[in-house]
Design a protein around this ligand. Structure first.
Ligand SMILES: [Zn+2]
Length: 182
């Protein structure tokens, strides 16, 4: 006789108290900001939350709570923002491994084009360092975009320049700041 396979626990088994406890660990911000998970994280930077005698990754919890169901088989909770500890439901979606890779490739192609333009038009490099309180040097901005174009994550780039925060690096690669260096 076959032994029935035990189903993996469902995030839907969370009590309201578990859910409240989860959100209490999230730095909830504006709808377009990253909401950092403030408690324990795993080796890859994902938030780890313990409930129902199981540990869960924060991004999977967010997707399951948003969709009101568990993630589909072979599906992942993918971050649009490339910030593993982010818990903003607007930044996380249920996708396949393929979606994840396609997103990463698109990001890479886009940034390569931007960096090429920066390299070809050095005369547009002026300004940024003159801005009062600029946190990055122009060389750093170019380095950040170069690392990004080569596929490094924002987190790993930020570790190289620890005096600036994740958001600063994110704004540079998303071309929200230092636009004149594009
Ligand atoms: Zn985010």
């Amino acid at each position: 006789m076959e032994v029935p396979v035990k189903h993996a626990k469902s995030i839907l088994s969370f009590t309201q108290e578990d859910i409240n406890r989860f959100w209490s660990k999230v730095a909830i911000g504006d709808s377009n900001e990253c909401w950092e998970f403030r408690a324990g994280k795993d080796y890859d930077g994902y938030g780890i939350f313990y409930a129902q005698r199981t540990s869960w990754r924060s991004n999977r919890i967010v997707v399951a709570l948003t969709l009101r169901r568990d993630l589909g088989k072979d599906k992942q909770a993918c971050h649009k923002c490339d910030n593993p500890s982010c818990c903003n439901p607007n930044h996380i979606y249920e996708g396949s491994d393929l979606d994840n890779k396609r997103d990463a490739t698109e990001r890479q192609h886009y940034s390569q084009a931007q960096y090429k333009r920066a390299a070809e038009h050095p005369e547009t490099y002026l300004r940024g360092e003159d801005v009062h309180l600029a946190k990055l040097t122009e060389a750093e901005v170019l380095a950040i975009r170069k690392f990004w174009s080569e596929g490094y994550t924002i987190r790993s780039i930020q570790r190289l320049i620890p005096r600036v925060c994740w958001e600063t690096v994110s704004s540079v690669v998303k071309n929200k700041t230092w636009k004149h260096l594009l």
